[in-house]
Ligand binder design. Structure first.
Ligand SMILES: [Zn+2]
Length: 343
């Protein structure tokens, strides 16, 4: 990016009320068949225009065509049975009924490539596409086949790589892997998590990012955050390995969080998508609050590597709240950009 402090979102935006029930994860579609396909594309265009209106620089699809950032990807794979469900603990935090891996996993056809082509056709801006990361994928499944988290993650990494290479060919500029699980399974992150992530990104010539967060603003996550104490040092565990990795950009949350800003020192040299918008509150940040967070980050990140972003996806927020937050993000970045450019 030639523009200083280019803004983006972590990925998801609320869906319009005519597409799916709002303020809910795994919300059911309100249409089906061709009508649903057309409605998803319309929603994608609305998400694009909303970001453009707000002044966001790096555009996402708002994840309008997927029900959930992990589930929708897995639904399109062979080897996973959605009828054989088991209860597991997700990110060691909350119980959920999840599908089972019953035989070798594979990707029979591309999953988001048509959607990415559709977005590419409608904007000349830099576009970013989010995929789930291998470790986060295995954490939302029961594995009755490989019986090894590492082996299954490696198989998913290969599948993600196939999809990522096709997304790149479709004109995506930045491919992001969402790995909230990196904030939970520290030993696995260092043993094989970062290696699996690099496998997923292998051979990509476009930029790559990993998004690590404390989750959507849903109750299971906000309850968990209350147990983390006054200083959140989770990033400290994965950052040294990520600093050494092939991944270009690290996306993390810093607005209203208890993450000590000096942890950014551990990823010096990487580009940082810095969460300056809290997704766990309906309160809209003022541009000045956003600017203050960015200024603090600039103590540890070179200005040309700082990418203002949201803490996480905004799918569960009321639509107007999410839109207002996009404006606050763009305006806050603008304040600091002017300061940096003024002699
Ligand atoms: Zn997130």
């Amino acid at each position: 990016m030639t523009k200083l402090l280019p803004t983006s979102t972590a990925g998801s935006l609320p869906k319009p009320i005519w597409l799916a029930e709002p303020e809910k994860l795994w919300s059911d579609w309100k249409l089906s068949g061709d009508a649903l396909l057309e409605a998803k594309q319309d929603a994608l265009l609305v998400a694009l225009q909303t970001q453009l209106n707000a002044g966001i620089d790096i555009i996402s699809d708002g994840e309008q065509t997927r029900q959930h950032f992990v589930t929708t990807f897995i639904e399109n794979l062979n080897g996973v049975d959605f009828n054989q469900r088991k209860v597991v603990r997700i990110r060691n935090r909350y119980e959920a009924s999840v599908p089972s891996v019953i035989h070798a996993v594979s990707r029979p056809k591309s999953i988001f490539v048509d959607d990415a082509k559709f977005l590419r056709k409608h904007t000349d801006k830099v576009i970013k596409w989010a995929l789930p990361g291998p470790m986060t994928m295995i954490d939302t499944l029961y594995d009755g086949h490989y019986k090894s988290r590492e082996k299954l993650a490696w198989e998913f990494a290969k599948i993600l790589n196939e999809e990522a290479l096709e997304l790149e060919a479709a004109g995506v500029d930045i491919i992001q892997f969402d790995e909230p699980a990196f904030n939970v399974f520290f030993d696995e992150v260092n043993d094989w998590g970062v290696a699996a992530l690099e496998r997923a990104a292998e051979g990509l010539k476009c930029e790559t990012a990993v998004h690590i967060c404390y989750g959507y603003g849903i109750k299971a996550n906000t309850d968990w955050k209350k147990t983390l104490g006054s200083e959140w040092r989770q990033y400290e565990e994965a950052f040294p390995k990520l600093q050494q990795s092939s991944i270009d950009i690290i996306s993390l949350e810093c607005q209203n969080s208890h993450v000590p800003m000096d942890l950014l020192e551990l990823i010096r040299g990487k580009k940082v998508m810095l969460g300056a918008i809290d997704v766990a509150t309906h309160e809209i940040e003022t541009p000045e609050q956003v600017a203050a967070t960015l200024r603090r980050a600039l103590q540890f990140v070179d200005a040309d590597k700082l990418y203002p972003c949201t803490n996480c996806g905004m799918a569960p927020l009321p639509r107007q709240v999410a839109t207002d937050k996009l404006y606050a993000l763009a305006q806050g970045a603008d304040i600091v950009r002017k300061e940096l450019l003024s002699p």
